[in-house]
Design a protein around this ligand. Structure first.
Ligand SMILES: CC(C)(COP(=O)(O)OP(=O)(O)OC[C@H]1O[C@@H](n2cnc3c(N)ncnc32)[C@H](O)[C@@H]1OP(=O)(O)O)[C@@H](O)C(=O)NCCC(=O)NCCS
Length: 212
């Protein structure tokens, strides 16, 4: 039985562990555990965080992290760029090839932080389930609970991005949950992203209990 609950500061280490497993080889993972901890702490300390934990038999097996009004969150993240850069510094020194991807992500965060605020929009920024627990319904429960909480915060729409290529299972996962791909964009010249959105008023099952 999977329990979904709000995250608290004591969960941060477990969230970092699940992230490292679920996102092996991704940029944020390569920037190291201190960076990941700083990033997720920033989500938790945001005034309207949507940060959920999936727990099975007392163990954290997954999480979903996001926020209402993305530009406001990215502005908060920007204010913490020096501690975050310091947290990632040792990993960047040993992996200089990460600089280009890091700068490209920083530029995206800068652009997002200065774009028009959308208080009725929530972003599902990160979702991960530990590799041993995947495929058993936790991810679906996390997304459904995320949509519910976004609606409670007054959001009308939820946005997320995911890789367009070599990522069929994840794209199918979001489509099955009712998300529609609204546009594609290049995050770096090699990395095409799908932007998915879902209108919360269209989601009829939001107030039903998860079945799995
Ligand atoms: C995507 C993810 C959060 C889904 O969580 P989950 O608990 O495995 O999802 P569920 O069990 O609720 O749903 C499984 C469905 O998702 C799809 N899926 C996506 N990735 C999967 C994976 N690694 N293992 C199993 N199913 C996966 C399957 O097609 C499956 O569909 P089905 O039920 O029709 O067979 C999880 O697989 C994960 O952490 N993946 C790695 C990190 C990632 O890619 N996150 C999303 C980035 S935007």
């Amino acid at each position: 039985m999977t329990l979904i609950r709000a995250a608290c500061p004591d969960d941060l280490n477990a969230v970092v562990r699940v992230h490292q497993q679920a996102f092996e080889g991704f940029l944020m993972t390569l920037l190291g555990p201190r960076f990941l901890r700083g990033y997720y702490k920033c989500v938790l300390e945001y005034p309207q965080p949507i940060f959920l934990i999936a727990e099975r038999e007392g163990q954290v097996i997954g999480f979903a992290a996001g926020f209402v009004n993305p530009p406001r969150f990215y502005a908060q993240l920007r204010q913490r760029k020096i501690p975050l850069a310091l947290a990632a510094a040792s990993h960047l020194v040993w992996r200089p090839h990460l600089w280009r991807r890091t700068l490209s992500s920083l530029r995206r965060a800068e652009t997002l932080s200065s774009s028009e605020g959308e208080p009725a929009l929530a972003e599902l920024a990160s979702i991960g389930v530990s590799t041993t627990a995947q495929g058993a319904g936790a991810g679906t429960q996390l997304v459904q609970a995320f949509l519910q909480q976004a609606q409670q915060y007054g959001a009308q729409e939820v946005v997320l991005t995911t890789d367009a290529h070599n990522n069929d299972a994840v794209n199918a996962f979001y489509q099955r949950l009712g998300f529609t791909c609204m546009r594609q964009f290049y995050h770096t010249p090699e990395r095409l992203m799908n932007e998915y959105r879902i209108r919360l008023e269209q989601v009829e099952s939001l107030h039903q209990e998860p079945t799995r």
